[in-house]
Design a binder for this molecule. Structure first.
Ligand code: HEC
Ligand code: HEC
Ligand code: HEC
Ligand code: HEC
Ligand code: HEC
Ligand code: HEC
Ligand code: HEC
Length: 367
């Protein structure tokens, strides 16, 4: 069943059953159980993009938009129509001879930039669908990283196949977008323990902590849960980098000309003079609330710059201050758009020349 032709046959015949989420691994307690004692954190984390990074299509906050009236065409001859069948989002793909109708199983992405669907194709393969929903455009378009060049048949136009083995690509997608271990059933269903990036993705399994806290054993409670507040800036880069990508041990291996790499924030922040020369003062949480949503107002980030860049410490030069907006991040952390509707912020804080937002002009650092 490994060929694309076999896949089409399978998809045509199958009525794919969506399996209910498996009960969390016992070491993982789930975010709701933290709420009795950490109510505020649970309340704000629940609405964050992290918590919503993976869900069933019907549970997604944008579910109401997933079935537009119009249909879509790829490569001029493969037609796609979305529809709901009860709570199941389904896609019908057809060309002049064939017709394939199958369910979309997982929705990846909270929807701040894009929502991509995956389907189980058979016991060996998962399908990353070729059409992704882009909220900024209010419509579907090609999935990031997929190109039309491979589209020589209806089956190929459905998207890209990923192996369903536990060490494989689909398990990796689920792992970064969920909490606790991903498991695999005998029939090849990959199951995240808890969909979405929740408390225990960053703090480690919380069952022991919870039981100890309930029993009033504060020492064991403290010792049995990870608190990144105690980690160094470098350790935090690595911890967030587990999913956002870790800084390279040799930056010479990174191709800074590839705009897609900009989405790997820890890799870029690690190159900044601000990060390297501030003795661990600058870290992801200096600018981001790990329990909340992305703050989209530049002013909050600009305020961070001036906590260091004031008084004697390399204050902004005349060219900065000539700018009317004084929007530090607009010039020193430019946004990079690797494709339509997607953009990422260059976390290599530096001085950018006209026309190059990928890599700053590296200057000799003055004393
Ligand atoms: C029964 C109450 C209770 C529950 C439930 C609970 N905690 Fe805690 N938590 C505590 C107490 C008490 C502390 C220690 C506070 C202190 O250090 O003064 C704590 C501290 C923490 C810390 C900081 C540890 C440190 O060393 O600074 C983290 C992180 C944490 N909890 C996460 C969680 C997570 C995640 C969950 C859910 C899996 C959870 N807690 C469930 C009571 C609870
Ligand atoms: C288990 C994997 C994982 C870890 C660990 C993780 N993240 Fe994320 N993060 C994600 C995923 C997946 C998204 C995409 C959410 C979405 O669907 O938009 C994301 C999104 C974000 C966003 C953007 C939110 C938006 O509007 O899209 C920020 C900011 C962020 N993470 C910061 C952090 C920081 C800081 C840390 C470390 C303290 C961290 N993350 C650790 C997986 C992770
Ligand atoms: C190494 C961890 C990791 C893996 C593996 C991974 N993702 Fe993500 N994904 C992230 C993080 C982190 C973000 C947030 C990106 C950002 O805003 O910088 C994200 C964001 C997304 C988004 C939101 C739109 C966007 O591009 O920001 C979608 C959709 C998505 N991932 C789908 C997938 C799919 C499908 C797979 C498997 C083919 C996958 N991801 C594999 C970590 C991962
Ligand atoms: C994306 C990673 C991430 C997720 C998800 C996350 N936390 Fe945290 N948490 C952190 C970081 C980073 C810190 C340290 C904050 C700092 O340095 O000020 C922290 C600190 C804490 C603390 C210590 C008290 C404090 O304010 O410093 C508690 C308690 C806590 N988190 C509970 C939770 C609970 C409960 C959840 C789920 C509802 C959760 N966290 C989800 C990253 C995360
Ligand atoms: C924790 C302190 C700290 C914060 C916060 C900080 N920086 Fe820096 N920054 C530094 C240090 C230290 C240097 C290097 C020493 C120097 O240039 O004087 C530096 C250097 C720079 C440089 C020169 C870089 C180069 O390659 O020549 C620019 C531009 C800059 N920072 C802009 C910013 C902006 C914009 C922000 C806010 C988004 C910011 N910094 C936040 C500490 C910080
Ligand atoms: C000096 C401040 C600063 C620091 C430190 C910082 N960020 Fe950001 N980050 C920003 C700004 C500014 C944005 C753009 C916000 C917006 O979209 O309006 C951003 C956006 C993001 C996004 C959304 C996708 C994107 O690239 O636009 C993610 C994910 C993210 N940061 C992760 C991280 C992680 C992980 C770390 C630690 C390695 C980190 N950030 C450190 C300022 C910072
Ligand atoms: C209009 C774009 C622009 C804005 C807005 C801007 N800068 Fe700059 N900044 C530059 C340029 C260009 C340079 C390098 C040329 C120079 O030294 O005059 C620079 C240089 C710097 C330097 C290095 C100074 C040195 O001694 O080499 C720092 C630090 C800095 N900016 C911080 C900031 C901060 C903080 C803000 C927000 C208050 C800010 N900049 C706003 C364009 C800008």
């Amino acid at each position: 069943m490994r060929s694309r032709a076999a896949l089409v046959g399978w998809l045509m015949a199958a009525s794919l059953r969506l399996v209910a989420a498996a009960p969390p691994e016992s070491a993982y307690a789930g975010a709701e159980s933290c709420g009795t004692c950490h109510q505020e954190k649970v309340a704000s984390q629940r609405t964050s993009e992290h918590a919503r990074a993976l869900s069933r299509p019907a549970d997604h906050s944008l579910a109401g938009k997933f079935v537009p009236a119009r249909s879509f065409t790829l490569s001029g001859k493969y037609g796609f129509q979305f529809r709901w069948s009860g709570t199941e989002l389904r896609l019908r793909a057809s060309d002049s001879v064939k017709d394939i109708d199958f369910p979309l199983e997982w929705a990846f992405g909270a929807g701040s930039q894009a929502v991509t669907f995956t389907s189980k194709a058979n016991s060996d393969w998962y399908l990353e669908n070729s059409l992704t929903y882009y909220p900024a455009a209010g419509t579907y378009s090609r999935t990031p990283g997929q190109s039309k060049t491979a589209e020589d048949s209806l089956a190929a136009s459905l998207g890209r196949l990923y192996g369903s083995d536990l060490g494989g690509d689909m398990a990796a997608c689920l792992q970064c977008h969920s909490t606790g271990p991903v498991t695999r059933t005998a029939t090849g269903d990959l199951q995240p323990s808890i969909p979405g990036v929740q408390c225990e993705a960053c703090h480690g399994p919380g069952r022991t902590h919870l039981v100890a806290a309930r029993a009033g054993d504060v020492v064991l409670a403290r010792n049995s849960i990870q608190n990144p507040a105690h980690s160094t800036a470098g350790q935090m880069n690595a911890a967030c980098g587990k999913c956002h990508r870790e800084p390279a041990s040799d930056p010479g291996t990174i191709d800074w000309k590839v705009p897609w790499n900009v989405r790997h924030q820890p890799v870029y922040l690690n190159e900044s003079a601000c990060f390297r020369q501030s003795a661990g003062e600058l870290r992801c949480t200096t600018c981001h609330d790990p329990h909340g949503s992305l703050q989209q107002d530049d002013a909050s980030y600009n305020a961070v710059c001036s906590t260091c860049h004031r008084d004697g410490m390399r204050p902004p030069s005349a060219s900065c201050l000539r700018s009317e907006s004084r929007n530090c991040v607009g010039c020193h952390m430019p946004r990079v758009s690797p494709q339509a509707y997607l953009s990422f912020t260059n976390h290599w804080i530096g001085v950018y020349g006209p026309g190059d937002k990928l890599k700053p002009i590296i200057r000799l650092v003055k004393k």
